[in-house]
Design a protein around this ligand. Structure first.
Ligand SMILES: CC(C)(COP(=O)(O)OP(=O)(O)OC[C@H]1O[C@@H](n2cnc3c(N)ncnc32)[C@H](O)[C@@H]1OP(=O)(O)O)[C@@H](O)C(=O)NCCC(=O)NCCS
Length: 373
């Protein structure tokens, strides 16, 4: 068995931001239009009027202040309420591959690696833009990487579950250098017309290089001491979009074909599961939770992260212990904990221990314990 390190990370940040104020203004304009269109039915008591959203609620309930998106005008158009993307020809680089290549090049540069030295590419995200060929194979070709590529999806835990695949591949000797890439274009599966969730997501792409410790040459290396994954079925976060829809003659615009959740249930059920998962993994590696210098947690809700940290180390989450990036990025599905790791590790010193942990749909929880070399 080989020792394995994460030797470089990359972050693609989309060109547009949407503040809560802009988002709420567009949402409320949509609500007014919809209520005006349905005034007679509302008046007759046959339809419940839609309600306005509020900046105060969003910030208080989630901690989110803004989000990055690939395309902004379509999202903020009250007569559209979803991004506007141009369809690309088969011989053009696809949108997910484009942002993946950008993040991957940054990660490779940080690791001091050339693309041809990569022998596996895993594209792990909550949505793939097509059924096949696999996004990872297109990314592999665009980068000039060797070996093989495959896609995988465990929703919000896609990145951590992919890191475990990369860790095992390198540890066993099957691969020497694996690229894990998480292109999350969440704006295309979010229901921007739903007041309960329209503020939740943002777009981004993260990438990590995972390779043998004895071959790594970057200045900033994080040894993977262990990884652990767990799943437990739940319908509380669900999206029924899929290839059977057409044959089921179901409405492609129906509410169940985009992201839905029972947010309050998710909050209550996932916090104890995630905290217990991290604690038992740390104890199995002979670490007390208080010995961990940094927790790079999934970024869905500020309150969730504060509770998890409180359960683990008995204190409110200061940015020192569990840095927050969701105020700037919102929930970026599987990429959130990786963004936190990318942005908030430079101050740690050799020997410091940290935990990357994701949790979300499935339910799924994935965690990796890392030590700076
Ligand atoms: C989604 C989430 C932010 C909602 O916060 P919450 O405190 O649970 O809010 P609720 O949905 O219970 O709504 C509370 C009240 O605010 C109202 N409300 C909901 N959305 C609103 C909005 N955009 N603006 C104003 N009010 C709103 C509700 O109607 C409700 O009103 P009521 O008390 O009169 O019934 C929170 O539950 C969450 O983040 N959960 C975890 C989600 C998660 O981790 N998901 C993983 C996804 S990958």
């Amino acid at each position: 068995m080989h020792n394995v390190v994460i030797s470089g990370t990359g972050l693609y940040q989309p060109p547009h931001t949407i503040s809560n104020a802009e988002l709420v203004q567009a949402f409320n304009a949509y609500v007014d239009l919809d209520n005006a269109k349905n005034a007679a039915a509302i008046e007759a008591g046959q339809r419940v009027p839609l309600q306005h959203s509020s900046v105060e609620f969003i910030e208080k309930a989630s901690g989110i202040k803004q989000r990055y998106v690939m395309e902004k005008d379509g999202v903020l158009d009250p007569t559209r309420m979803r991004p506007r993307f141009a369809e690309r020809a088969d011989d053009q680089l696809s949108l997910m591959a484009e942002i993946a290549v950008d993040a991957a090049r940054q990660a490779l540069a940080a690791a001091g690696r050339e693309a041809h030295e990569v022998d596996a590419v895993i594209c792990a995200a909550s949505n793939m833009q097509r059924a096949y060929p696999a996004m990872a194979v297109e990314i592999q070709q665009a980068l000039g990487a060797g070996g093989y590529g495959f896609d995988m999806n465990v929703a919000c835990s896609s990145a951590t579950f992919a890191l475990e695949q990369a860790y095992n591949a390198v540890r066993s000797g099957a691969s020497r250098c694996v690229l894990v890439i998480n292109p999350e274009i969440t704006s295309a599966h979010l229901e921007w017309k739903d007041r309960d969730c329209h503020f939740i997501f943002g777009d981004v792409c993260t990438a990590l290089v995972v390779e043998r410790a004895d071959e790594a040459k970057s200045v900033d290396q994080w040894e993977i001491l262990g990884s652990r994954m767990a799943t437990q079925f739940s319908n509380n976060i669900r999206n029924n979009f899929g290839f059977l829809n057409r044959s089921e003659d179901s409405d492609p615009e129906a509410r169940d074909k985009t992201f839905r959740q029972e947010g309050r249930k998710v909050f209550k059920e996932v916090v104890p599961v995630a905290a217990a998962h991290i604690e038992s993994q740390l104890l199995s590696l002979q670490f007390e939770p208080s010995a961990v210098s940094r927790y790079w947690l999934h970024q869905a809700n500020l309150g969730m992260n504060q509770l998890i940290i409180k359960k683990l180390v008995g204190a409110d989450a200061g940015s020192e212990v569990a840095p927050l990036i969701l105020d700037e990025f919102a929930n970026t599905a599987s990429a959130g904990s990786v963004i936190a790791f990318h942005r908030h590790r430079a101050d740690l010193k050799s020997g410091d221990v940290g935990v990357i942990c994701s949790f979300g749909a499935g339910y799924s929880v994935g965690s990796l314990v890392l030590r700076k070399r």
